[in-house]
Design a protein around this ligand. Sequence first.
Ligand code: HEM
Length: 412
Amino acid sequence: MKAMPMEPIRPHHLFGDEMLENPFNIYRELREANPIQWSDQVQAWVVTGYAETDSVLKDKRFLSNRVSAHRARYSRSYAPLFDIFSETMVQSDGEKHERLRALVHSAFKRTEVSKYEDRIRALANELVDGALLNGEMNFVTDFAIPLPILVISEILGVPLEDRGKIRQWCDDYSVAALTFYTNTSERILKNALESAHDFRDYLRERTKVLKEAPGDDLLSSLVLAQEGESKLSLDELLANTMLLLNAGNETTCCALTNGMYILLQQPELMRALRDDPSKISDFTEEVLRQETPVQFIGRIAQEDVDFAGEQIRKGDTVILLLAAANRDPAVFDDPESFDATRRPNKHSAFGVGAHVCAGVQLAKLEMRIGFEVLLGRLKTIELAHNNLKHSRNFNLRCWAALPLNISASAHD
Ligand code: HEM
């Protein structure tokens, strides 16, 4: 028997249309009722408090690998796809997770990532050049989507001529990864499986080339790791290359888009950041707190756990609502207000504990440089119209499109 929540979650509360437009009232209601409570609707524990989220994510009794819990729902013909999911670091635990994560750790350290600063700036400038030629931009498709894709492709050393097909394979795969939260159609799973096979064949060939002539890029170092102490298997290489090619894309896109939307609502803030770009870093931290891109992450209890007065059973799913934790008044003063100078700002937008985002430094750099370039190059940035909609993804909070009228600054 589950402990009764103090106040049952209303059925429409979680993952209904209301939550797409504005989930924050729902998060507040849930947190005020009980920061950790069982939901019959989603058949999971729902955690909305900051302290509770932090504790679960630091507690080794809650596992990241949720593949086996989900694969049973799908035909055995998709087993190879679930095998690949379970080779990613984000779905691994313990020693395996440490081994996989160590392989990419050095590439994403602040000092390593800062080497890309000039290149990120150049790419952001190229995107602004393109938009200025048109005099308008859909911020999402013309800037926020391409920037992180271009950056991670360069870091991994993906050849220019291969980027289109690799993007398609990764897109197919990432849609299927939503299977952890929703039921996924056969068509989506079939596409993902075919794309994973194609990508595996591609990587097998590319591995031969890079072993002969490794480049100064992350894919080369992962390929060389296949023969090093960590003995990365081809499937682990495949799974984690796909993860790296995907993990930072939609997330950073949402972060940039949400930040731009906030600036459009607050022209004075836009002016202040343009006049003093050193304020941009604090602004981006507050964007991540208040409009947390990854709204929630999941864990599974590997044993019975008495937690915050609740009895969590072995095998229970726990949903950690990072976006709710980031508005917990026990930690953040006046949490519903946007304070671009908030310090300290200990938000958990990048997760917490062993799985904390491997790309934190890169994401922060892309956000800072992205806004420096946009505000430096553009005199006018205005919404072209107000008919905006959020994208239909409960986990990644983002505007589907952000149409802007733009003009170049005088010195451009
Ligand atoms: C604003 C942008 C980003 C946000 C909000 C974000 C958020 C997150 C979150 C919440 C997690 C934790 C998942 C969990 O614990 O289950 C995570 C993990 C991860 N992120 Fe990010 N991320 C962003 C950008 C990036 C970038 C640019 C990269 C690098 C290409 C990246 C690579 C990863 C990887 C590899 C993991 C798995 C780490 C592990 O399991 O040890 N992320 N991210």
